[in-house]
Structure formats: structure tokens, C-alpha cells
Ligand binder design. Sequence first.
Ligand code: HEM
Length: 469
Amino acid sequence: MVQMLWTRQRIREERGPDWFVPAHPAPPTGRFGALERLLSARRSLIGAFHEADYVSGCGSMRVLGRRVILVNSPETIKYAMVTNHENYERKSPQLRRALRPIVGDGLFISDGETWKRRRPLVADIIHKDTIPRSGRSMEAAVADMADRWQARPAGTVFNALPEMAGLTAEIIARAVFGQKLGAGAAHDIVSGFSRFQRLVDSVNIPYFLGADDGWPLVRGPRLRKAVANISRVIDKVVADHIAGRGDHNSMLEALVHRQARSPQLGLDVGALREEAATIFMAGHEGSAATLTWALYLLANAPWVEEAVQREVETVVGDRRPTLDDIRNLAWCRAVIEETLRLYPSIPIMARQARSADRIGDVAVEANDLVLVVSWLLHRANDLWDRPRHFLPERFLEGKRPPPYTYIPFGVGPRICPGLAFGMAETVLCLASLVQRFRIRVVDGHRVEPSCRLSLRPLGGLPMIATARA
Ligand code: HEM
């Protein structure tokens, strides 16, 4: 039994002539003890939940020596992430340990004074007002990719996950670093990060045995090589900017200038590098996974794809979609929002409680592991109508989910500062791809959602794109 849980999860995917329930792990309904949870989680964090967890509420459990608090109702999420957020702003030791080799003390995993000092700087440079500056590069990057697809022989199979990661890495590189990444560097970063996710242990057993900071990350030669490939590319762009060789309109340049004007910020070369790496990683990974999942969903719901295509035809016609079109692309936006509900790219937000507290009826002790799980919240049976169905209509005509039931970008002071950037980019890319191609999953391929650091289709997603007449 334990061996089976370790090696595979049972995946369910169902469809009818006009409905689609996309791939998800079939949650166990019988006995599912702490050890089984832990072993399932080592393969994929979203496999660690029982059918009974798919309902709103707040509860605690002991996993070996560690108390885990599952915060999964709108009221308790509001309490932990907003009202008393200071007690829960520290990311879990597992996540900090796993990401530190790549982003150092960057915003995504920092806390306390470092986070407070750097958050306004980073949030400012990726604020929604700065997006129009990136519009042209977004449009050009997706058009370049579409041209490459069009030039391929009909029926060519490609893996959508690295393709989308290459695209969003190119977009974020042009926006943050002000320069084209180029195919070689994009490949180094994208494959480096994929390898890193595969190799890094997302569940540290000693942590569950009581070591509050877990044990140090084991860095074998393959993991070290993956990190080195990523760092080499980022270090070079940062060095170029500091030496004055970078683009003067880039986000990184804005950080360099701000530091020059206000040395008290303490953004030394190391800190600049950490924040550049953070924006780069956080800025391309979520969008890439979202676009990949959106292509999978559309491929399996041709009635939605048709509505999206008709909308693009009406709003955009034959020209290239631009950032200005986005406000008129309601279907495209609804598809992205529904994709983020079903497959939030960070499905688990894990925190370490600073001190004793009470969330709802549950007593919290210092160092407890507190989990806000958008994967569960977005699929809670009592909060959503047909929670496992792909129904973008729930986001059309101004319909919005009630507060604290939909949190794909997080919530509270640590909410994603790239929310507007990510939405603009994914809507634009989706519209551009649907305008030019009919995209299908290769026959017989079984999709398995899997989460180690982010939620991705395990092994990627083999697809075929057919150019529209
Ligand atoms: C669809 C795309 C995206 C999704 C789904 C997404 C999701 C998230 C989530 C859920 C968090 C909060 C994690 C937590 O509280 O534990 C987060 C944080 C963050 N995101 Fe995003 N993100 C996306 C795009 C972006 C982009 C485009 C950028 C940068 C341009 C970005 C930069 C960041 C940064 C720097 C943080 C850390 C913020 C902090 O801790 O103060 N993200 N993201």
C-alpha cells in the first residue's frame, strides 16, 4: 500500500459532449494516515489530501512530530493572511531551504526587516502602471514563437510546458532585464529550473520529525549544475546593468538607480542579484504553468475554444493582438481565471507560525506549519458549484467569487506584486495563440498534475498545433 502511494497517484479525468472535468488526483476516501499523507506529498504535494479535505473549514493534524494547521475557510484565511498576518508571514522552512540556492534572501522567501524594506521597491517596479512599457515586448515575444510554430512541418509534436516557459522567460527577461534572453540562455534557465524542481526534496522528513529548520538541502552534482546554469545567466545580466551596459528602461535599471539615489536601502550587488533572480523565477514560472494548463483545458473543451476564437476574431480581426485589446477579451480573461482556479500555480502557501495563537477554533503553537491551500479552497464542495468542472462562464459578465474564496495570487500583504503583469501577459498570449492555431493534446497522453514547488503537468504536455486557415 505504502509502496503504491510512493510511486503513483490515481488520476481522474472525465468528459461529456459539452462538459469537462480535467485531470486531478482521485483523493482517497478510506483510511489515510499521516505517514501515507507524507509519502504521497513527497511525490506531489496535492496528492496529500483526503476527500474530506475538499470542504471549507480549519483543522489540525499531527504529521509525525509536526503539528500542521490546515486553514481552508474564507474567515480563517482572512484572519491568518490579513488580520494577524505578522504571525504568519514567515514562509515554511522547507520552502526557504528549497528556494535559497536560486533566490538567496529574495522577496519570495524573505521576512522581517528584509522583506519590509524590499517589498515596496520590488512591488513598485512591477506595478501595473509599468506594464504598458512591456506591452511591445510581450506582443513581439509571442508573435516570434507563433512564427516558429507556423514554420514547423504539420503534425510536429512539441512539449507545451518548456515552450510556454521559454516564452514567459523571454517576456520577463525583456521587461526586467531590458534585453532579449535568446534561445540558448532561455533554454539554460528553463531546463535548469525544471531539473531543480525534480531534484529538490520538497518534503524534508527531519522537519516533520521535529527539527524546526529541517536539515540542510542535499546538493548533489546534478542539483548544483542546475543552480549554476540559472545563476550564470542572471549574474551576467545583473553585472551588465551595474556596469551601465543594460537597457535604460528596464525594471532592473530602476532598482539600480533607486539604490544609487538612496544608499541607505542597502541594495548591494548581492541583494540586486537576489531580487532580479526572484522576479525572474516568480515572474516566468506562474505564467508558464498557467498558459500550459489553459491550453490543456481549451484542447479538451472545444466549445469554449470556439467562443474564445470567435471573440478574438471579433475584437482583433487579422492583426496582432495588443495589450489594448485585453479589456475587450472577456472570454480569454475568464479562461485564464478559471485555469487559475483549477490549477493555481502555487497551490499551497506554507507558513511557520511565529508565536502561539488561535485560528478559528484551532489553537496554534509557535513553529506549527500553517497551510493555506488554494488547491483545496478552489475545489471546496460547499463553496463552488460543480467545483471540479471547467466552467469559465463563472467569471463572465462581471461575476466574481465571494471574498477569500479565490486566491490564485495569494492574499494579504504578501499578495503577488506581479498579479497585473501575469494577467495581462497570459491573456495576451492565449489570445495570440488561439488566433493562429488549433492546439490539441497528443492522443492517448495521460495528464498528471504534480506539485513539488509549483503545479505543473508531470513530464510536460505533448501537443500539436495546427495553423488556422
Ligand atoms: C499567472 C501568474 C502568476 C501567479 C499565479 C502568481 C502567484 C503568486 C502567489 C500565489 C504568490 C504568493 C505566495 C505566498 O504568499 O506564499 C506570489 C508571490 C510573488 N510573485 Fe507571483 N504569480 C504570478 C506572476 C508573477 C509575475 C509576472 C511576477 C513578477 C513580474 C511575480 C512576482 C512575485 C513575487 C516577487 C512574489 C513574492 C511577493 C512577496 O512575498 O512579497 N509573480 N505569486
